[in-house]
Design a protein around this ligand. Structure first.
Ligand code: TYD
Length: 241
């Protein structure tokens, strides 16, 4: 497959066309940003770790009956994906209160959320990703009620699959963000599932294994991403790998 023109460049990934109109190549760059793009850096090797972890999770979800845009891993730092009509929603599933939930609502950091809480934001840098409710999703014609039901059910199913997988590797899945698209009318998971889009806490120590290390300058970001990737990609029970 031949990489063609650049179609879109986001904050940390670029998407290229290929000679097949139904297939794109997603390149995970080494750029990292936080706080609505206010904090920015380039960390050599980050893209490769996020691509490896995303590719792995997409394959794992496919094995568990979840449809994703993943096709194959071509070269390090890239992923071949099915071209989707993306839906501009950030679908966040939360198992434990952290981040913006603690800043905006009277939750204590670390408080379990049972059942998990889904928050849906409108993906728009210009509008700073405002939070939506179901009525706003419909009023903005972003998804139909049937699609939104399916998106929520799929997000919760993915949460159960990933939570169990990570728990076996000594990692608590605190929260994570998904994006969805349409493939001939079917709802499919797109974008990425990586250390940039998840909050992961080491069970034993409570240490962050994700972008919070960058957001809050909590340590060496690349060492953290390497350790997270090693654990996530390790066979079951490899907590000390
Ligand atoms: P959240 O606590 O809302 O974000 P922050 O603390 O950065 O304000 O984020 C919840 C989870 O969703 C967290 O793991 C990061 C992820 N996320 C994204 O990947 N992209 C986003 O635009 C948002 C809002 C969250």
């Amino acid at each position: 497959m031949k990489q063609g023109d650049l179609l879109h460049s986001g904050k940390a990934k670029s998407v290229y066309r290929t000679d097949d109109p139904g297939v794109y190549i997603m390149k995970f760059r080494d750029d990292i940003t936080a706080f609505d793009g206010e904090k920015k850096d380039t960390l050599c090797g980050k893209g490769v770790y996020n691509a490896e972890v995303s590719s792995f999770f997409f394959r794992y979800l496919e094995e568990h009956g979840i449809r994703t845009h993943y096709l194959e891993s071509t070269e390090p730092g890239t992923m071949a994906v099915r071209a989707l009509e993306m839906i501009p929603l950030e679908v966040i599933v939360r198992n434990i209160a952290a981040g913006s939930l603690v800043r905006k609502y009277p939750f204590r950091e670390g408080e379990p959320l049972d059942p998990p809480v889904i928050i849906i934001d409108y993906k728009s840098d210009a509008l700073h990703d405002p939070m939506l409710n179901d009525d706003l999703v419909f009023a903005l014609h972003l998804a139909t009620p049937e699609e939104l039901d399916l998106i929520k059910a799929t997000a919760l199913a993915i949460n159960e699959i990933l939570r169990e997988y990570l728990d076996a590797r000594g990692i608590t899945l605190v929260d994570f963000k998904l994006e969805f698209g349409r493939d001939n009318g079917d709802i499919v998971v797109g974008d990425e599932i990586s250390m940039d889009s998840m909050r992961l806490w080491e069970k034993e120590t409570g240490a962050s294994l994700d972008k919070d290390v960058y957001r809050f300058s909590k340590g060496d970001v690349m060492e953290t991403y390497a350790a997270a990737a090693r654990r996530i990609l390790s066979p079951s029970g490899g907590e000390t790998a």
